[in-house]
Design a protein. Sequence first.
Length: 309
Amino acid sequence: MLLPPSFARAQIMTYPRVIEHAFGRTELRSEPKRLVTIGYGDEVPFLALGHKPIAIVYSGMFRSGMTPWCEQKFGAKKPDFLDGSMIDFEDIARLKPDLILGVFSAIDTLAYGRLSQIAPTIAYRNGPWRAGWREQTEIAGAILGMEDRAQLLIAETQRLLRSFGDTYPALKGKSFTFGSYFEGSSRIVVYLPGETRVDWMIEIGMRPSPGVTRLAKANAGHVAADASLEDLESVAADLLVMWYQPGARPALENQRLFQMFSPVRETRYVALDDPTEIWAASWPNVLAIPYAFPGFLPRMEAAAETKAR
């Protein structure tokens, strides 16, 4: 089979190459052989492009330590796992990486300097915890010299996301609030535009609720804000989506204030407590979107249709 010219060019990996990011420019003299990813989901576009990192962030919700879409790609040879809650410089140095990648991460100037002493390091472009799946994929393509193929993956994923609006038409135009709750708190976390959970819902044709828009204006530069349980109606929406850690869902759902919240009372509420759904909805990417979205979007549409009746 003949490859399109753009795809064929994407297979020619030319080095050295320079990757620009928030902390400057990192030169790669050759294709990385011992790639260590320290950002959530940073490994995904590399796996989609046929390159297996030697270490990734541990996903504690899964018995295998990784998401099912990544487990499929790694096969029998598993990567080393890193603690995503902190940067263990000694552990990373032990792996003898030739490239360290932290795109969806909170690397700061100090951490970047220390990591760069271990190996060439590439960080995010848009800011800590702000890199979406497009940025992750573009950077992976640039590192591997497969920019064209990365753009093809992005285009295919964009088409799929937008097609979900046609597949689940009751979601189009509906307002939404995406939040979370941590056991013992008197507030819920509300995610704002620019956060990965919110942005994909906008892309399928939904819109942030008026309350979320107000919170975003009041919390410029932030990706999340709080809403007290006494004031939940301030973030009411056509559809409420919440994700939960183990034990947190009953802790919230048993509270009268939450039960009285209009989206909950009127069954316009979807709870995500399955690990596959939580990870895909929270950190969508070119593998997670086709793998997991068809599993929970029908539930979202059914809840949104309640508003339409």
